[in-house]
Design a protein around this ligand. Structure first.
Ligand SMILES: C[S@@+](CC[C@H](N)C(=O)[O-])C[C@H]1O[C@@H](n2cnc3c(N)ncnc32)[C@H](O)[C@@H]1O
Length: 460
C-alpha cells in the first residue's frame, strides 16, 4: 500500500467539494492522524467568514469563538457552500483529536486544567488552547474552552508579539496563563508532551528548532508510514504479533541532547516499527522528562514502549550510547562562544543547552559510528556555526542542508557579562542579523548527514 500523497489529498478534496461529500473527506483525514490539514484548507481558499477570505490564524480565532450550536447548524444547513462545510468538518475533527489526546494521555502529572500549546502542520500557526478535564475514569471527558491562534510559532515564542495578537480579554487571559503557568503542555503532530517547569528549570524547549525538525521528520518520514498495511503497528495496545514484528524488524533511533524529549516521543509514537531507541542528556531533569514523555506514547503487548529504550544521563560519548542506528537526531547547543571568553561558565541555567559547539562537532565527527549503512543523522543548527560544522564534517560522510528558516535568536543564549561584545562578534563575524529595533535573527538549518560509500578498489 502506497503512502498517502499530497496529490491524493487534493483529489479527495476536489471530489468531496464537487459532490458535497463530507464523509469521504473526514474518512481521508482520519487515515492520517499525524496531520491537521489546515494548510490544505488555506491553499484551497476554504478559510472564510461569509464571503471574506481569512488567513489561517484569523479563521482559527473566528472558529474558536463561535458557539458549538452555530457551527453545527452551519454544517447541517443545505445553503452552506461545500468548501465551508468541509473546512468546518476539518475544524471539528481537529477539536476531537486534541480532546482525545488530552483525555487518553497517560501522563501522570498532566494538570486537569490548563493551557496547551498546539503547533499546526508545517508550523503554519501556533494555537493556545484552554482545556479542562471533566469527571474521572472511563466516563472522563475533556472540554476545550478557549483558543488563541497566532500566525506562526515565532509569534508565540516572543510574548511581546503574542500580546499584539490577543484581542479579547479572554484571549489575553489565556496568553497570561500560558506564560506564567509552571506546566508546559505541547502538542505537535499527534504527540503530546508535558514539562513541569518548576521541577525541571534546566530542561530546554521545545523551541522553534525542535518544532522545525519534528515537523520536517513528519512530512518526510512519519506521515508516509501511515498506510493501511502499517495500521496494525498503531493500535493501542499493539497486538502480540505486531509487537514481535517490530522487535525483530523495526528501526533503531538515537537522540543526542534530548532535553524535553519531544523528538524521541515523536519517533516512538509515529514510527511504524520501533525496534529500540536511545536518549542521552547531561541533565538529570531532561532524562526524567524524556522518560515520562516517551513511556506514555505507545503501549505494546504486555509492556510499555519504554522497555525498548536506553536513557542515559551524562555527557555524550559514543561509548555511552547505542551505535549504528537507523535514525539519529540532534538539536545541539550551537551558538558559537566569543573566542576571547570561550571558557566562561554559563550565566543562565539554560546556557549549556544553547551555547558552545563542542557537542555539535563531536556528533558530526562520530556520524559513521552512530549510523548504520543506510542510516541518517539529522542535526539542526544555526548557520552562525557554519565554520565549526565545516571543520567537523569528515570526508567519508555526505552533508546536505535539507531545509532552513530565518528565526529570532534566543536572547538567553547571549545573556551574560560579555553579551554586547558577543552579539557584535556574532554580527560582524558570523552574519547575525541585528535590526534597527534591536531584534536579532539568524538562519536555522536541518543538516542530513549520511555515510558516503567509498567505491571499493577495482579487481585487477
Ligand atoms: C538545544 S537543547 C535541545 C533539547 C531537545 N532535543 C529539543 O530539541 O528541544 C540541547 C540539549 O543538549 C544537552 N547537552 C548539552 N551538552 C551535552 C553533552 N555534552 N552531552 C549530552 N547532552 C548535552 C542540553 O542539556 C540540552 O538538553
Amino acid at each position: 500500500m502506497n503512502p498517502i500523497s499530497v496529490d491524493e489529498t487534493l483529489s479527495v478534496w476536489a471530489h468531496a467539494r464537487d459532490k458535497d461529500d463530507r464523509d469521504c473527506w473526514v474518512e481521508h483525514l482520519d487515515r492520517v492522524p499525524v496531520c491537521d490539514f489546515f494548510p490544505v484548507l488555506a491553499e484551497q481558499e476554504a478559510l472564510t467568514r461569509g464571503s471574506k477570505l481569512l488567513s489561517l490564524s484569523q479563521w482559527l480565532n473566528y472558529m474558536g469563538e463561535r458557539p458549538h450550536g452555530d457551527v453545527n447548524a452551519e454544517l447541517e444547513s443545505r445553503s452552506t457552500p461545500a468548501h465551508v462545510r468541509l473546512a468546518t468538518a476539518t475544524f471539528q475533527r481537529w477539536v476531537d483529536r486534541v480532546e482525545t489526546l488530552l483525555r487518553t494521555s497517560r501522563l501522570a502529572h498532566l494538570p486537569p486544567k490548563g493551557v496547551v500549546q498546539y503547533f499546526a502542520d508545517h508550523l503554519a500557526a501556533s494555537i493556545l488552547i484552554g482545556y479542562r478535564k471533566l469527571g474521572t475514569g472511563a466516563g472522563a471527558s475533556v472540554e476545550l474552552n478557549r483558543f488563541l491562534a497566532m500566525p506562526n510559532p515565532d509569534a508565540y515564542l516572543d510574548p511581546l508579539r503574542a500580546l499584539r495578537v490577543a484581542r479579547t480579554p479572554s484571549q489575553l487571559d489565556l496568553l497570561r496563563r500560558s506564560l506564567y503557568t509552571r506546566h508546559k503542555v505541547v502538542i505537535q503532530r499527534n504527540t503530546l508532551i508535558h514539562i513541569d517547569r518548576e521541577r525541571a528549570d534546566d530542561v530546554f524547549g521545545p523551541t522553534i528548532d525542535t518544532l522545525f525538525l519534528n515537523d520536517w521528520l513528519h512530512v518526510h518520514r512519519y506521515s508516509r508510514q501511515r498506510t493501511l498495511s502499517s495500521a496494525r503497528f498503531f493500535e493501542d495496545p499493539v497486538s502480540a504479533e505486531a509487537t514481535a514484528d517490530s522487535r525483530d524488524h523495526g528501526q533503531t533511533f538515537l537522540e543526542i541532547g534530548c532535553g524535553n524529549g519531544l523528538l524521541t516521543a515523536s519517533f516512538v509514537r509515529n514510527e511504524a516499527r520501533v525496534r529500540s531507541f536511545g536518549a542521552i542528556d547531561v541533565s538529570h531533569n531532561a532524562i526524567s522528562a524524556t522518560f515520562e514523555n516517551v513511556e506514555i506514547q505507545r503501549q505494546l503487548h504486555r509492556s510499555s514502549i519504554a522497555a525498548r529504550g536506553r536513557f542515559t544521563i551524562g555527557s555524550y560519548d559514543p561509548t555511552a550510547v547505542p551505535n549504528h542506528s537507523d535514525l539519529v537526531v540532534c538539536n545541539p547547543p550551537y551558538v558559537p562562544k566569543l573566542p576571547a571568553h570561550a571558557s566562561d561558565p554559563g550565566a543562565h541555567p539554560l546556557t549549556t543547552a544553547t551555547v558552545g559547539t563542542d557537542l555539535l562537532q563531536r556528533v558530526l565527527r562520530d556520524c559513521r559510528l552512530l549510523t548504520n549503512e543506510q542510516g541518517e543523522l539529522f542535526m539542526i543548527s544555526s548557520t552562525l556555526a557554519e565554520p565549526e560544522i565545516r571543520v567537523a564534517c569528515q570526508a567519508d560522510v555526505v552533508v546536505e542542508k535539507v531545509a532552513s528558516r530565518m528565526v529570532p535568536l534566543d536572547l538567553e543564549a547571549v545573556r551574560g557579562p560579555h553579551s554586547k561584545e558577543h552579539i557584535e562578534w556574532l554580527r560582524t563575524e558570523r552574519g547575525l542579523d541585528v535590526r534597527v529595533d534591536g531584534s536579532m535573527f539568524h538562519n536555522i538549518a536541518i543538516y542530513r548527514v549520511a555515510r558516503q560509500e567509498v567505491p571499493s578498489a577495482e579487481q585487477p
